[in-house]
Every structure is written in C-alpha cells, then in structure tokens.
Design a protein around this ligand. Structure first.
Ligand code: SF4
Ligand code: SF4
Ligand code: SF4
Length: 316
C-alpha cells in the first residue's frame, strides 16, 4: 500500500469523525487497471475506498467550483495551483477547503504502457518504489515508472502543493534545468504555412466530444461558448473551421489560467496533444509578465489587472 493511501484514510477518518468537513474528495481504485477514479467519501465506513497511486492524474479541483459545503480534497502541485486560481476567481472560499497536500512524483501515462504492451492486455498493475509491475495472461513486465510519466509531468517544475492544511509526505525536490517550451519554440520557428498545417493536422482527428474541456478545472462557464445558441458563436460540426475555432478560443480562455496539469490531454479519447495550444499562451504570459498561474494566493493574475507599465502597447 502506498504511504499516502494510509495517510489519506487516516485524515479522512479524523476529519469526518470530528465533523470538520462534510466530505472527502480523493481517489478509489477504478474497475480496470491503471484507472484510479475520483470519489466523494461522506461516511467513515467508506474511507477504506480511498487510495493513492501513480494513476491519480485526474485534477480534483474540477469538483470544487461553486461548492457550498466544506470538503477535504487531495491535491498534487498542479491541482493546488488550480485551486488558488479558482479562489482568485471567487468560486469558493479558502475556509471551505481542507487540503491534503500530496507532494508529487509525477503521474504515469497509461497510454504509454498500452503502447509498450503492443496489444497485450494488462490485468494487474502494481507499484514497488520506482518500478511498475505489469502482468496479464502469459506475461509479466517490470517497467521503470520514470520512463512512463505523462508528458506534462516530465517537465513539471511545481510538484509540491502551493497551499495545504496538512502534507501526506515530505516535500519533494523540484525539477530544475527543465526546458518547458522546447516544443513551443519549434512551432514558433515555423513559417506561417507550416504552422497552419501543423495545427490543422494536430486537431484533424478531433471528434468534438469536449472531454478536454470537461476535464479542465478552469473551464467552468455555466454555458460554454460552444454551447451558446443565441448568438451561436461557433458551429457544432466536425468542419475544420468549427473545430479550429473551438480549440483556439478555448486556449485563449485559458490564457494566464492554465497550470499545465495535463487533465485535458489525459481525457482526450483521440490522443490529441491539446496542450500545444495552451502551452504557447503559458509561455507568452511568463515572458511578458513573469507570471505562472496559481503559484500564490496574493495579488491578481496579470490578465485581469491593469498597470501603466504593462507591456501592452495597444492599451496606451
Ligand atoms: S503536473 Fe506536476 S504536480 Fe501535476 S501530476 Fe504532474 S508532476 Fe504532479
Ligand atoms: S487547459 Fe489542460 S493543462 Fe491547462 S489547466 Fe486545463 S486541463 Fe489543465
Ligand atoms: S477531448 Fe480530444 S477529441 Fe474531444 S474535443 Fe477535446 S481534443 Fe477533440
């Protein structure tokens, strides 16, 4: 059992018995290997459902917007940053949350394991420190966990929660010397026509299921612009123009608000690298304003404030 699992269960039991929270949002084992699913625990006799492992990649901040009750929630570095942003956007109050901070070692990308298995079905996946033990009918493989991390986790520089009420383990060393924007720079260097083709090909297989939007903790408008019918801003078809409009507008709605948590990409059933859109804007906001989303509670994000020395010539 992962050390965090024990700590999460103990904390959940204590917080529920002491009636400090109305529920605990964490993960339980899913019905198939490598799928840990979000769960809300409201009674002490359910706390043993709670687990922690390398497949707890879903961003639990997604379950907090507009809550009226008081909940405990497990938060990795990226999740905690989204919680900061949501509070800055007045979606709930800090005193409604009890944050069980999970210093994070990165989440495993199950698609990379499926690719390695080449069609062999994994029936059991367990962890032993840096190793993943994957077994199925007639095979058993030992994989190095580090080599199967999600792409966003490989370049993550904020693995520790930025806010918490208690920690589930020791803080981890943050990665240094990481080049977060190598892929963005490669696209920036392309001539316009190549850039156009790159993004057209990137989203060519999009089926407009909106899983990327629904998994994102920062996409919480009561009516998304793609669902608005009066006026209808964008068509609902799979036409390239409609699909492109959806992706470009969604990315701009995330400007200065995306924490690169990877939830959108995890959720996409077509395996589309949707972070290619948001990472460009993340890079621009960092270069223009020296700002990374959700790192501190104090102050306002740069795109919802005005300062005379803002590098925005069009305002002056
Ligand atoms: S993005 Fe960072 S904090 Fe979030 S799951 Fe990956 S390594 Fe952990
Ligand atoms: S756009 Fe994707 S990476 Fe950014 S906050 Fe939303 S789900 Fe996370
Ligand atoms: S999750 Fe993937 S397929 Fe669905 S709308 Fe988003 S990019 Fe398109």
């Amino acid at each position: 059992m992962h050390a965090y699992t024990k700590k999460i269960r103990e904390a959940a039991q204590r917080l529920l018995v002491e009636k400090k929270v109305d529920g605990v949002i964490g993960f339980r084992q899913g019905t198939i290997p490598m799928m840990s699913e979000p769960v809300m625990i409201r009674h002490v006799d359910q706390v043993d459902q709670l687990v922690w492992n390398s497949f707890c990649g879903v961003n639990l901040a997604n379950y907090l917007v507009k809550r009226k009750d008081r909940v405990a929630v497990v938060a990795k570095g990226c999740d905690s940053r989204n919680m900061v942003l949501q509070m800055q956007e007045n979606q709930f109050q800090r005193n409604q949350l009890y944050i069980l901070g999970a210093p994070c070692h990165g989440m495993v990308d199950r698609r990379k394991i499926w690719a390695f298995l080449k069609g062999r079905e994994p029936l059991q996946v367990t962890e032993n420190g840096p190793e993943l033990h994957v077994s199925g009918k007639g095979f058993e493989e030992v994989l190095r966990r580090e080599e199967y991390l999600q792409d966003n986790c490989r370049i993550c520089t904020h693995r520790n929660p930025v806010i918490y009420d208690e920690l589930l383990g020791d803080l981890v060393s943050e990665q240094t010397g990481v080049d977060r924007y190598e892929d963005v720079r490669r696209v920036e260097a392309m001539p316009p026509q190549d850039k156009w083709r790159y993004f057209e090909e990137l989203i060519a297989s999009c089926i407009r299921c909106y899983a990327c939007r629904n998994a994102c903790p920062m996409c919480y408008c009561p009516t998304c612009f793609v669902d608005e019918s009066r006026p209808q801003w964008v068509g609902k078809t799979l036409d390239a123009t409609d699909t492109r409009t959806f992706h470009l507008l969604r990315a701009f709605h995330l400007a200065g608000r995306c924490t690169d948590c990877g939830a959108c990409e995890r959720a996409c059933p077509m395996g589309i690298s949707v972070r290619q859109f948001t990472k460009k804007l993340e890079k621009d906001v960092k270069e223009l304003y020296g700002y990374e989303a959700g790192l501190v509670m104090e102050g306002r994000p740069p795109l919802d404030t005005y300062r005379p020395d803002d590098p925005q010539d069009f305002i002056k």
